[in-house]
Design a protein around this ligand. Structure first.
Ligand code: HEC
Ligand code: HEC
Ligand code: HEC
Ligand code: HEC
Ligand code: HEC
Length: 383
């Protein structure tokens, strides 16, 4: 992969912005010598949106300890360290594409996927070989409001922001140098029922919530904003909303129970779990004896496994990006898919309930794997 830090097109746009900047716009403008404005500056007026964004993974994408540790590991082993760094930084700290700050020194770079980056993207072309963006940093902020007017900065209505999955695909769809689809969220979505109905990423991940788009609410009719927290699998309630878990049948015998559990991806717009294949969904069935622990635990694991050119399974994020050559297996739940899983569970004498659980497991940070309980169903003894 090749990265050109500064395209001719970008330079031309910046030059125009400098020459054409009206003094009235200068409030929302980048400081002298900077291409992008800090989220802190946007917060002066877009306070509520800023609060949500600052709780998002996007705000932490360039500074999370997991990311920084993985980045170092990825660079360490690479033959061309500069290239390896760029290949890991352009999505996590995308302002670096234009500023060239791939070593994450500047404050704006550390803001990760920041306001001014997203709102100055003018187009996305996934077929491009370096990065997919048409960048237009400057005073004109592009967004979903057709009649926005601001004395702080120029505004432009943008269907890319309002209703196109391409804006998100730019970073959530990725083939590495070997052509392996390390991230395939967009392709999965595009092949399924939600895309056909015109339900884009924004509709589920940025739903309208109460709030003023500008502090003090200039226009009382605009009492709703699009949620900028963009939660995904790391938040249990979000995942629960997209998945169903129930007992299909429970047949209790003398010393065992035959249990059939139905699990469904009823509301996730892509395969679940989405994103990197360091994530998995686990269906666990077992017995509660009152200790709180699940005993006689049995599992089904739903995940996508990527392999290197020699067919070895890859487990770390850096390996996935740098060495993946093919998809080994994919047992994830596709959109609207439901499955019935059967288990035979031995019953200890003191059993109190048969329990089915859905757990979301994230092994992106091997030093601190995370497991979140998504849903639980219980069948009490004697019922
Ligand atoms: C095409 C854009 C893109 C590139 C290139 C990219 N990432 Fe990511 N990265 C993402 C996205 C999107 C996620 C979230 C995926 C998910 O939800 O599973 C992510 C998640 C991660 C995570 C887990 C999140 C966390 O902070 O806990 C780590 C670690 C990470 N990336 C490291 C890297 C490294 C190291 C490289 C270079 C080898 C790299 N990334 C290259 C887009 C990218
Ligand atoms: C001095 C106040 C102020 C500052 C600072 C400011 N904005 Fe705005 N912005 C506004 C106002 C006012 C509107 C118009 C709102 C409306 O019409 O409902 C607006 C509208 C927008 C829109 C909607 C555009 C559209 O057509 O959909 C976006 C996107 C936006 N701002 C992004 C930003 C970003 C990014 C920053 C920081 C780089 C920023 N703003 C800084 C006041 C400000
Ligand atoms: C410039 C690149 C970029 C763009 C554009 C982008 N993302 Fe992300 N996104 C990332 C990265 C990188 C991460 C992972 C951050 C981390 O955890 O370190 C992420 C994380 C997320 C997560 C959280 C995943 C989790 O595990 O909880 C969601 C949800 C998400 N993005 C949705 C979206 C949607 C929807 C859009 C389009 C409106 C979008 N993203 C646009 C780069 C981007
Ligand atoms: C990942 C890209 C991304 C980031 C980062 C981002 N936005 Fe947005 N923003 C969007 C999209 C997409 C929409 C439109 C969503 C829709 O219409 O469904 C939007 C909508 C808006 C709007 C119009 C009002 C609304 O809520 O619809 C404003 C104003 C705005 N964003 C400001 C900001 C500010 C300020 C920040 C940083 C604190 C920020 N955005 C960060 C993608 C982003
Ligand atoms: C119909 C609603 C819906 C649509 C459309 C949708 N998503 Fe999701 N998405 C969800 C739900 C619910 C989750 C949480 C379940 C999960 O973790 O997979 C999720 C999870 C995610 C995650 C976190 C992955 C993980 O499992 O940690 C990312 C990243 C993401 N979505 C990105 C996208 C992108 C990019 C698009 C558009 C191409 C999109 N989503 C379209 C509902 C949707």
């Amino acid at each position: 992969m090749r990265l050109i830090p500064r395209s001719c097109r970008l330079v031309a746009l910046v030059a125009l912005a400098v020459v054409g900047a009206a003094p009235a716009w200068s409030q929302g403008a980048a400081p002298p010598g900077e291409l992008y404005t800090s989220a802190r500056d946007c917060a002066r007026c877009h306070q509520t949106i800023h609060t949500y964004w600052s709780e998002s993974e996007h705000a932490r994408s360039a500074t999370s300890p997991t990311y920084l540790a993985t980045l170092e590991a990825a660079i360490e082993k690479a033959p061309d360290k500069d290239l390896a760094r760029r290949n890991c930084v352009w999505c996590h700290a995308p302002t670096a594409i234009a500023t060239g700050d791939f070593s994450l020194q500047r404050a704006i770079t550390k803001e990760g996927v920041s306001c001014d980056f997203c709102h100055t993207v003018a187009g996305v072309d996934l077929a491009r070989s370096d990065h997919p963006f048409d960048l237009a940093p400057g005073n004109v902020k592009r967004g979903p409001l057709e009649y926005a007017r601001s004395s702080a900065h120029g505004t432009q209505y943008s269907t890319l922001h309002r209703s196109s999955a391409l804006l998100c695909a730019s970073c959530h769809e990725y083939k590495n140098a070997a052509g392996a689809a390390v991230l395939s969220t967009f392709d999965e979505w595009a092949a399924g029922p939600y895309a056909k109905n015109g339900q884009t990423c924004q509709e589920c991940h940025m739903p309208a919530v109460p709030g003023a788009d500008v502090s003090g609410g200039l226009d009382p009719a605009r009492r709703q904003i699009n949620l900028h927290r963009l939660v995904g699998g790391s938040v249990a309630s979000r995942v629960r909303g997209g998945l169903d878990l129930r007992f299909e049948s429970v047949a209790v015998g003398a010393s065992t129970a035959d249990v059939r559990v139905a699990v469904a991806n009823s509301g996730v717009g892509h395969s679940v779990p989405g994103g990197l294949s360091t994530k998995s969904l686990v269906l666990a069935v077992g017995v509660d004896t009152g200790s709180g622990e699940l005993v006689q635990r049995r599992e089904r694991v739903y995940r996508r496994e990527m392999k290197d050119a020699d067919g070895h399974a890859l487990t770390t994020v850096a390996e996935l990006f740098q060495r993946a050559a093919s998809v080994g297996s994919d047992t994830r739940l596709k959109q609207k898919e439901s499955r019935i899983e059967s288990f035979t569970v031995p019953l200890p004498d003191d059993w109190k309930a048969i329990v089915a659980r859905l757990e979301y497991r994230d092994d992106s940070d091997p030093r601190a794997p995370k497991t979140t309980l998504v849903a639980e169903q219980r069948r009490e003894r004697g019922r």
